[in-house]
Design a protein around this ligand. Structure first.
Ligand code: 4NP
Length: 156
């Protein structure tokens, strides 16, 4: 089973939304989870604005709970998608070897290869920021899901 982890700072805005979007595009042969590099929101539900934009597009992410990224996530996941360059630094500094490092990528590199663009942190903005990140994440997750599904078809 291929396992994918979405990572942001707080695990209440961007990464739970990315988790919900990607899960909805994949079969049960895949596992999708999310985590934050900080521990501010451990055990918390996603931000109401992420819950609302998810609901608008038919997704229920209200039951997710925040947790902090740990080094063991390198063992538990095949791919680790970060939202921005600060997340990238915080995750990669915990990498123990090249194999750990090779699992980490900016999620928007799926849309704009090698550009290392950020999914902007929407926490201090308004609802329009959440619509914007939904659109970015949906575009990236469509590509991720199509690639994962065709890879799986290639080997089965
Ligand atoms: P996220 O957004 O990293 O997309 O979950 C944030 C959530 C909370 C905070 C910052 C960013 N915070 O500072 O509490």
């Amino acid at each position: 089973m291929t396992k994918i982890l979405m990572v942001c700072l707080g695990n209440i805005c961007r990464s739970p939304l990315a988790e919900g979007i990607l899960k909805a595009k994949l079969s049960s042969n895949f596992m999708v989870d999310s985590a934050g590099t900080a521990n501010y929101h451990t055990g918390s539900a996603p931000d109401q604005r992420s819950v609302a934009v998810a609901k608008k597009y038919g997704l229920n992410i209200s039951n997710l709970k925040g947790r902090q990224f740990t080094v063991s996530d390198f063992d538990r996941f095949d791919r680790i998608y970060v939202m921005d360059s600060s997340n990238y630094q915080n995750v990669t500094k915990l990498a123990r070897n090249e194999n750990d490092l090779s699992k980490v990528n900016f999620i928007l590199n799926e849309v704009y290869p090698n550009e290392n663009f950020d999914v902007p942190d929407p926490y201090y903005g308004g609802n329009e920021g959440f619509e914007n990140i939904y659109n970015m994440l949906n575009e990236a997750c469509t590509i991720i899901a199509n690639n994962l599904t065709s890879e799986q078809n290639d080997i089965s």
